[in-house]
Design a protein around this ligand. Structure first.
Ligand code: CUA
Length: 174
């Protein structure tokens, strides 16, 4: 008797069912849930990225800091720009510069860019934002901070030995 060939055997119904379930889950998460999360989950920032020269960006941030600086905290300038203005953040090994002080309920146009390596921009309150900061590009995001409080920005892309210490701060006041 010839040895039986596995490819001639019928696929077990259970195995068929698992393949179908896995395929269905993939389709649901990929096509439906991704759209729902983006639209209703408030997990993604809707912003735009533009090409920028890191040196020019750094100069722009410096101008911004000089213009609206109101104090200093742990060697970092604290900057309070007027509502409705363009607000700048710079990511650099291993800090976010400067510290921002904003007013709750007012609109701002946030610019954020890295001037050296790839960094991450992650903030969990009051919005869940995750941006990848590629050197040479700036993110421009319009937003309204709604809840007063102190919010910390964490770098969530490994950028070197000081990565864990790379934090930034945004203070939202009444
Ligand atoms: Cu910057 Cu990790």
């Amino acid at each position: 008797m010839a040895p039986s060939a596995w490819w001639e055997e019928r696929v077990h119904p259970l195995e068929r069912a698992w393949v179908a379930i896995a395929a269905l889950v993939t389709v649901v998460f990929f096509s439906i849930m991704m759209l729902l999360w983006h639209t209703f989950g408030q997990q993604n920032v809707t912003g735009r990225a533009y090409r920028v020269n890191p040196k020019a960006y750094q100069a722009e941030v410096e101008r911004f800091v000089q213009q609206y600086k109101v104090g200093e905290e742990a060697g970092q300038p604290v900057v309070a720009p007027p509502p409705g203005s363009h607000v700048y953040l710079l990511a650099q090994r291993f800090r976010f510069y400067p510290i921002l002080r904003l007013k709750a309920g007012e609109p701002y146009i946030l610019h954020v860019a890295s001037i050296d390596y790839l960094h991450g921009f992650s903030i969990t309150q009051p919005h869940v934002w995750n941006l990848q900061l590629y050197p040479g590009y700036e993110w421009v995001v319009r937003f309204v901070p709604r809840e007063p409080g102190t919010y910390h920005i964490a770098c969530n892309d490994f950028c070197g030995v000081g990565h864990e210490m790379m934090l930034g701060k945004i203070v939202v006041e009444e």
